[in-house]
Design a protein. Structure first.
Length: 162
């Protein structure tokens, strides 16, 4: 069975991420989505637990998509879940340098055990990013084009509570 790890912050998960998950699930028997702690907590929207819960809900009917939480190195999570490959998404040239650097580092620090596969989202999802969604949402504009209805609902609920 071939398994692949898709690590990210997913704050929030967007249609861009979901498009990558869909592509990965066609290439591998199982996709393990690893929800990681935000690099800079202060700029985040959802807590790790909230992100995990939302993504689990989104994929509850997909047997080949598993959602886990993680801290530390993505390569360690990949080894823990027996994934020889990590998926990362490329949005264009701006992501390129960082993702290549990450891919090379991950290969090196895993002693060549973990490889990175870069996928491209379909055209209409190419330029969506979580930070852009948070920004548009902060301006009280509609984010339906960028996220699943469940994600939008959870964001609205969180805003009401705060
Ligand atoms: P991170 O903080 O690890 O970059 P993100 O949640 O922002 O986490 O992104 C996780 C992965 O998904 C990254 O590889 C990122 O480049 C990719 N990604 C995010 N949005 C898109 C998109 N619209 N198209 C393709 N890849 C994407």
């Amino acid at each position: 069975m071939t398994k692949v790890l898709y690590p990210g912050s997913f704050d929030p998960i967007t249609k861009g991420h979901m498009n990558i998950v869909e592509q990965a699930s066609e290439l591998f028997d199982e996709v393990v989505i690893a929800v990681l702690q935000n690099k800079s907590k202060s700029l985040g929207f959802f807590t790790l637990e909230e992100r995990l819960e939302i993504i689990k809900e989104l994929y509850k009917d997909h047997e080949n998509i598993k959602v886990v939480q993680g801290s530390g190195a993505a390569v360690d999570l990949a080894l823990l879940y027996e994934c020889k490959n990590i998926i990362r998404g490329l949005r264009g040239i701006t992501d390129y340098d960082q993702e290549v650097q990450l891919a090379m580092t991950n290969r090196e620090i895993s002693d060549n055990k973990v490889n990175t596969i870069l996928l491209f989202a379909d055209k209409e999802y190419q330029f969506i990013s979580s930070s852009m969604v948070r920004e548009v949402f902060g301006l009280e504009k509609d984010i339906s084009r960028y996220v699943d209805p469940l994600v939008k609902e959870k964001m609205l609920m969180k805003r009401m509570k705060n």
